[in-house]
Write a protein that binds this ligand. Sequence first.
Ligand code: ASP
Length: 310
Amino acid sequence: MSAVLVVHGGAWAIPDELATASIDGVKAAARKGFLTLTRGGSALDAVEAAVRALEDNSVFNAGHGAALNADGEVELDSIIMDGKTLACGAVSSVKNIANPVSLARAVMEKTSHVLLTGKGANLFAESIGAATVPTETLVTEYERREWKKHKNYSTGVKEDFNSQWAHDTVGAVAVDSAGNVACATSTGGIRNKMVGRVGDSPIIGCGGFADNTSGAVSCTGHGESILKVTLARLILSHIEQGKSVANASQVSLQHMGDRVQGAGGAIVVSPSGEWAATFTTERMAWAAVEGDVLWYGLDPNERAKEELSQ
Ligand code: ASP
């Protein structure tokens, strides 16, 4: 079977001034992740590579460019999961780490735990010699300016979260030629969140989930809403009950809107290579590579394609 990789750069009302950079960023990350697959990497390697590219791109709210909390500090969350074994690793509220997705992978591979938080996660990073950076280098001028402008936290209801105040998370899902699926998600969370607030992104079944029996999902949007409906698992349970990946995503996001008034988005891939990028916010930057074709989009019901050799 042929491999597929899908990435997102967060679901929110992306302003026009960031539109081109967001699309270019997801396209570059999708190419990078897919290259990992074509060079024999696993789905897990591919989602890590794609998310690292998005974390390194300061247009997105993950790693460099992260949203700031109420104290004006960076607190990063990330998850990675292997659908073959259900192995999973996550970190939350980490500070001076430029690529939290790789630290999450180290939690998965080098500890017997699933999630390490705050100081413990940073101590673990130190113990394995993970690369650290001064936290201030992760903060962009754009984010510092926006943070000063908007000093209250979004309630998360659709209208509020859809304003240009909110920010974005990044994620990737992939299926490799052996039919193994994986997911990864990484975020700075929601601007002006309380110190210590953890959203959906590093929580298994919420910000992401991967299982070879049904598929892999990475979510974005209002974290408290995603947590309440366990969005990633909800989408997969609809797939398990026979829905297509697109329909399962739509029904689940609709449920989140109806039940807790939350908006967001999700990317999904099934073990057979069926995929979808779906959102209930104004926009979500996404890109997918399937065979020789790169698909991408930003606005609802709009998708463009490029031949990869071009
Ligand atoms: N889900 C993320 C969070 O609540 C934010 C986002 O995806 O925009 O932390």
